[in-house]
Structures are given as structure tokens and as C-alpha cells.
Write a protein that binds this ligand. Structure first.
Ligand code: LIP
Length: 292
């Protein structure tokens, strides 16, 4: 369902037509974060998705339902791509309609183990262009936001990526992910070994892509890359990184593709290109692939 012509006329007159939606995203992300923090105090009931290490909990489902219900009430014509809705069989197709791209609990495995990096990630796209991103790191109580053309912030403080251009003086972030196929794991480790031995100052991983991208945007690390992530993990962080002055590329050096399940985010192209040289690429089915 496209945005209708009347809406277009109305939106054209507003300075920031999506400010109200972004404000709502911040409010509902904070509310969702409180639910996650409460759940962290209690025994977590674990369920599995594609494998014994691809985890989901009732909290993931409860928080996604909370966010979608809250947004639907205010913006009934908008569309949604949610991690748990897709897991339940909804198509993962980005249309021209205003679309909320939601990871209710990014870092589910961390959440299950009480490892204190868990984020609510809410991206928003119109006509397939990302307009804003909100990442609430709920254990740290840090609210990251990025609005296309209007900068990126953490709790009101403007974000700026690192100005480092020397890979040997850089901190890099990546993840081991949830794939346990030995050949794939071998490629992940060989990539990490090559990058570590450039050498770089350090290699880290928070366990949540959204948080990793906010660390790039804040200048704490120079780059985050991963093959295997999903659009809901990175949609919000993509806006926050670019609005903090960073770059997004495909792992083969091509243009960033939100639905491709792979990406490099970095403070600048010099660092991104150097990382890309070392990545052993392995296949990951696109988020928008037609399911057989
Ligand atoms: C996680 C990602 C992370 C990846 C994990 C997992 P989830 O998202 O943020 O980058 O390495 O395997 O996919 O599943 O916790 O929402």
C-alpha cells in the first residue's frame, strides 16, 4: 500500500514529516527496554529457531508485539518487518510504504545469559530509503538516534566517527554469529585471524550488531563487519553510522544492501577497504529471498 497522493502533498509541506514517528520510536524503544531489563531479573524461558544456538524467548515476542501494537495505533497504514514476525512466517519484503524494521531484542543470546549488551533496534524506511534509526542499549541505558540529514546522537550528545585512517591503530568489531557449519566457522575465523594479524589494536564483539554499529558511530571502534546479520539487526544502526559520518559497504566492496545479510560499516572508506581485502565471503540467503 503506497503513501497516497494526499499524504505526499501534506508531507511535502512539513519540515520533517517523520519527526513524530521518530519521537514515537524513541518512546516505545525506552518502554520496551524497561520490559527487557525486568525480564533479565527473572528466569528466561529459551526456545530455538533455526538451530540449537539460534535462540528466541517469550520476551523477544512480547517486546515485538508491544512495539508493533503501539506503532499501529498511531500509524495504522504503516508496514512492519519484525524479526519474530518474519520467524513466524510473515514475508520480509521492503515496499515503498512507510515501514518499521524492528529487532525487539538484539543480542538475544546475551539476554539469555545475562551478558549485559542487549538493544532494542527500530529502523524506519519510506520508499525503500532509511529515514531514521533508534537503538536503545537497555542495560547501559543509552539511547542512540540517527535521522537522515540531521545527524546522530547518543542521549543528546552528537556522535562523530573516529578520524583514524591507519588500520594498525584501529579497533575492529565483528561477531562469530549463530552459524555452526564447520566450513563457515573456518572462514569466519580465517577472516578474523587475517585482520588481527595486520595487526590491529584489537578485535571485539558485543554480541549485538545494533550496538556494534553504535560503537562505530561513537568513534569507540573504527569498523564493524559481519556476514549473517539480518535487516532488522542493522537498519537502525545504518542511519546512525552514516549520520555520524561513517560509511556502509557490501563485504565485496559494492554498495550497501540492507537485505543482503552482510555488510561493512566503518569510520571511512580507507579503513573499510582494508577490512574488505581480508574478508573470506560465504553465502547467506537474502532476507527478501522468495522462500521455497
Ligand atoms: C544477533 C546479531 C549479531 C549476530 C547474532 C544474532 P539477535 O541478533 O545482532 O550480530 O552475530 O548471531 O543474529 O538474533 O540477537 O537479534
Amino acid at each position: 500500500m503506497a503513501v497516497n497522493s494526499d499524504t505526499n502533498k501534506y508531507l511535502g509541506k512539513m519540515e520533517d514529516p517523520w519527526k513524530e514517528a521518530m519521537d514515537h520510536a524513541v518512546a516505545v524503544a525506552r518502554k520496551a527496554g524497561a520490559v527487557i531489563r525486568d525480564a533479565l531479573q527473572n528466569e528466561v524461558k529459551i526456545m530455538c529457531k533455526s538451530s540449537s544456538v539460534d535462540l528466541v524467548t517469550k520476551t523477544d515476542q512480547k517486546v515485538e508485539n508491544l512495539i508493533i501494537a503501539s506503532v499501529k495505533e498511531k500509524f495504522p497504514t504503516h508496514s512492519f518487518i519484525g524479526e519474530e514476525s518474519v520467524a513466524a512466517g510473515q514475508p520480509c519484503i521492503l515496499s515503498d510504504n512507510p515501514t518499521w524494521i524492528i529487532d525487539p531484542v538484539d543480542g538475544t543470546t546475551n539476554f539469555v545469559h545475562g551478558f549485559p549488551f542487549v538493544a532494542v533496534s527500530i529502523g524506519f524506511a519510506v520508499k525503500k530509503e532509511l529515514e531514521f534509526g533508534v537503538v536503545y542499549s537497555c542495560v547501559e541505558d543509552k539511547m542512540y538516534t540517527g535521522r537522515k540529514g540531521k545527524g546522530a546522537y547518543c542521549d543528546g550528545e552528537k556522535l562523530q566517527v573516529s578520524d583514524q585512517t591507519d588500520i594498525r591503530k584501529s579497533m575492529i568489531i565483528s561477531e562469530l554469529g549463530s552459524n555452526r557449519d564447520p566450513e563457515t566457522v573456518s572462514k569466519i575465523f580465517s577472516t578474523m585471524q587475517k585482520i588481527l594479524c595486520i595487526p590491529v589494536h584489537g578485535l571485539r564483539g558485543s554480541g549485538t550488531a545494533a550496538t556494534n554499529m553504535c560503537l562505530v558511530a561513537s568513534g569507540a571502534v573504527e569498523a564493524f563487519f559481519e556476514i549473517g546479520i539480518h535487516c532488522w539487526d542493522i537498519a537502525a544502526g545504518a542511519v546512525i553510522v552514516t549520520e555520524a559520518g561513517g560509511v556502509l559497504l557490501d563485504v565485496d566492496g559494492g554498495p550497501f544492501d540492507l537485505m543482503s545479510r552482510r555488510m561493512v560499516s566503518a569510520n571511512n572508506k580507507t579503513i573499510a577497504d582494508r577490512i574488505i581485502k581480508e574478508i573470506d565471503i560465504f553465502p547467506a540467503e537474502r532476507d527478501d529471498a522468495v522462500k521455497k
